[in-house]
Structure formats: structure tokens, C-alpha cells
Design a protein around this ligand. Structure first.
Ligand code: AMP
Ligand code: MG
Length: 404
């Protein structure tokens, strides 16, 4: 594929385009029917088509009185019925009005609801109205939201609380969703040990494992925790070989072309491997390949690099495999609350937040410093080759959005 390269590096756009192509070549085709309560975070396998009008009948948007406008001649009207939500009213008797409450069906024959604040109840219990009225006021028409046959949600939609609420409003008790993506998480490195064990010389605690496992769970994936892989070719081979049932092997570390590049070695032997030098900071090296047919994404090991490359590349890839079209993270423009004097050759994603409406970044942007991301509310994009003056508009990608 021809593409944009910045001084021998692959642009973020090209990496994204390649990953999307590969995701589309390996869609998750299996689907399952799940109860609504279990569909949170899942991806719709079929369009959600309305089988009813919503609302099913015209109903009142107010507590008040329903009347036929032509019957109002400045003479108080008798209240001929009271209609609560959940009741089926009689047609409105000519020359009368109906007491009506919010959500109750508007009786046949009425064409107007006046709110109770504009009603005057006389000693004889008849009701007069103090304000001018127009036909249709305070009536939510039948089918205002959907009508039978409407495509309410497209296949490929991720179901969040709002979409679930919408499906429930249409009476759906179950949904056809795409099978969860099975992702094996692998941490590589002899230096890693798990929290809870005493730290030996040269060791660090494994932070990427829980970072990715919990994140993948939030994304609705089925997580296979493959633990820590030591820097050893034989072990790398055998561990990868035991993961034939997953849809993706997601590893961290060991992807810089160093001596301890055992993952790369195993992939070259028993599959294939592309090593991408990305024009992205943090997170330059990224591996994409296959091991015996199973796709492998190797993210860089430094935790802030893992975070940024997962958010911007692996997450969209996983969503696209499930058929989600709109995978690019939400971004919006914010004015810079800082200056940037030296143009970089990579696109920089500063872990930052908004203070008084301006983007500022954490003082230490080292790729090893995960604290930067805990402090941050989002990623501030500083494009390659550009400088930033105070008040320049920059893209901001909220972390809350990509983490879910
Ligand atoms: P590597 O790509 O294996 O050379 O790792 C780059 C840096 O990230 C090294 O400082 C590693 O110690 C660190 N690192 C790799 N994996 C992890 C992990 N799972 N948790 C925390 N740090 C890691
Ligand atoms: Mg390593």
C-alpha cells in the first residue's frame, strides 16, 4: 500500500487505514441473541426496526385539560372525564373538556391540551381558559419518535445506556448482537512481576496487563489473560501456540527491534510480521502480524505508549472487527493554554486536561509515566511539523470517550 510517510515513519492515518483493512478482512460473523440487560457494550448484528409507532397514540405533554378548540367560545366547559396515564379514554363528548394528565392518551375528538396553570375552575366545577390556544398544543402526536418500519438503530451500533433505553421503548426484550471479540492479553518482559509479590532487583510491576484487561472488558471483549511472557523464544512460541482460539493476541513490550524481540522472532517463524515505525509519540514501534492465522497486535511496552496506541489504533481495530463503522474517537477543538516551540517529526499526544477552558498538559510526558494519563482528561494532539502558540486551536480526544 502506498501511503504517507514522515521521514520513513508511517503516519497515524495510514496505520489506521491498514488496520481497518485488516479488521474488515476478519469480521466476527457469529452472532447471539441476548437479553437486553446483557447487551450493554455489545454491537448490534442487525438493524433495529420499529414494530410500533412511538408514541402509539397521541398523548398529553402536560397536566391540564383536553378540548376541541372549536368548542371554546369563552364559555366554561363541563369536565366530562378524567384521564390518567395508563387509561384508555372515551371519545370526548362534544362541548365538554377532559381532565388529563401527562402521558395519558388524548381522547378522540380533542385537538388541544391546555395546561392546568391556564385553567380557571368555577364554583360549578366548569373550566374556563385564560390564554389563547392553538390546535395541537401540548399534544405529542402518534409516531412522533418512530413509526412502524423505521430503522431506529443500524447494525454495527454499540449498545450503551441510551440505545438500550431506546430498544426497550420499542418493546425489545432481546437483541441480536455480534459475538464478543476474544482478546488474549500478553505482557512481555523478564523484568515484569505481578503486584502483590516483592519487587526484586531489576524488576518492575506489570501495569499494562490490568490496564488492558480492564479496558477490554469495558469495551465488551472476552478477555483471555495470558499473563507474563518471559523474554524467551521457546516460551513465546508455546504461549502463542496455545492461543489459537482467540480473535486477537494483544501483546505489550518487546516490539522495539532490540535483542529481546522474541515476539517478532516467533511471528516471523510461524506466521508473518510487519513492524511499523509510527509517526506517533508516545508509541513509535507497533507490530502487526499473524501467528498461525491469529492476528497479533504488539503495542509498545511503556505504559503511556500502550495507552495511546491502544486508544488510537487497537481500539478502533477491535470495534471494526465487530462491524462498528464509526470507530474514530470523538475529538473536539480546544484552545491551547501552552506554547510549543519545537516542531516534532511525530504526532504528539500530550496527556492533558482543560483548565479554565484551555488545554494544558502534565509536566512529565515521558512514555513511561502513566501518572500523566491518570492526571489527564484527554489527549491533546500536536501535529507533526507544527508549533503551537497560546490560544491556537488543537484537537482534544477525551479519555472518558475512548476508555468506554
Ligand atoms: P520493551 O518494548 O519491551 O522494550 O519495553 C519498553 C519499556 O516498557 C521498558 O521500560 C519496559 O520495562 C516497560 N514495560 C514493558 N511492558 C510493561 C508492562 N507490562 N508494565 C509496565 N512496564 C512495561
Ligand atoms: Mg521488553
Amino acid at each position: 500500500m502506498k501511503g504517507t510517510h514522515v521521514q520513513g515513519m508511517m503516519s497515524v492515518e495510514e496505520a489506521m487505514a491498514r488496520l481497518m483493512e485488516m479488521a474488515e478482512a476478519a469480521p466476527i460473523r457469529e452472532r447471539e441473541r441476548v437479553p437486553l440487560a446483557a447487551a450493554q457494550g455489545r454491537v448490534l448484528a442487525e438493524d433495529l426496526i420499529s414494530t410500533l409507532d412511538l408514541p402509539p397514540w397521541p398523548n398529553s405533554a402536560m397536566d391540564g385539560y383536553a378540548l376541541r378548540l372549536a368548542d371554546w367560545q369563552d364559555e366554561p366547559l363541563v369536565v366530562s372525564q378524567r384521564i390518567f396515564a395508563g387509561q384508555a379514554p372515551e371519545p370526548l363528548a362534544p362541548g365538554t373538556c377532559a381532565r388529563i394528565f401527562t402521558g395519558a392518551p388524548v381522547p378522540a375528538g380533542a385537538d388541544c391540551v391546555e395546561m392546568q396553570e391556564n385553567a380557571l375552575i368555577g364554583d360549578d366545577q366548569r373550566v374556563g381558559f385564560t390564554e389563547p390556544m392553538v390546535a395541537g398544543q401540548n399534544i405529542r402526536p402518534q409516531g412522533q419518535e418512530t413509526t412502524v418500519g423505521d430503522h431506529v438503530l443500524d447494525a454495527g451500533t454499540r449498545m450503551g445506556p441510551v440505545e438500550l433505553g431506546l430498544a426497550a421503548s420499542l418493546g425489545c426484550a432481546e437483541l441480536d448482537v455480534v459475538r464478543r471479540v476474544r482478546v488474549a492479553v500478553l505482557s512481555t518482559g523478564d523484568e515484569l512481576i505481578e503486584p502483590g509479590l516483592p519487587l526484586g532487583p531489576g524488576q518492575i510491576y506489570n501495569s499494562n496487563r490490568i490496564l488492558l484487561c480492564s479496558w477490554l472488558e469495558r469495551l465488551g471483549c472476552e478477555v483471555v489473560d495470558a499473563g507474563i511472557l518471559p523474554d524467551d523464544l521457546q516460551k513465546t512460541r508455546s504461549t502463542l501456540g496455545g492461543l489459537g482460539h482467540v480473535d486477537l493476541i494483544l501483546s505489550t513490550g518487546g516490539v522495539s527491534v532490540g535483542e529481546a524481540d522474541f515476539l517478532g522472532h516467533a511471528l516471523r517463524e510461524d506466521g508473518e510480521l510487519s513492524l511499523w515505525k509510527l509517526a506517533i509519540k508516545p508509541g513509535k514501534p507497533l507490530t502487526f502480524g499473524h501467528f498461525r492465522g491469529v492476528p497479533v497486535i504488539g503495542l509498545p511496552g511503556n505504559p503511556a505508549s500502550t495507552l495511546v496506541t491502544f486508544a488510537l489504533l487497537a481500539r478502533p481495530y477491535l470495534l471494526r472487527r465487530q462491524g462498528v463503522q464509526d470507530v474514530a474517537p470523538l475529538r473536539f477543538k480546544v484552545p491551547a493554554g501552552f506554547t510549543w516551540g519545537k516542531p516534532g517529526d511525530r504526532r504528539e499526544y500530550l496527556r492533558g486536561r482543560l483548565e479554565q477552558g484551555k488545554a494544558v498538559y502534565y509536566s512529565n510526558q515521558s512514555s513511561g509515566v502513566l501518572r500523566s494519563a491518570a492526571w489527564a482528561e484527554g489527549l491533546i494532539e500536536v501535529r507533526e511539523g507544527s508549533t503551537v502558540a497560546l490560544g491556537d486551536w488543537l484537537d482534544f480526544i477525551p479519555l472518558s470517550e475512548v476508555l468506554g
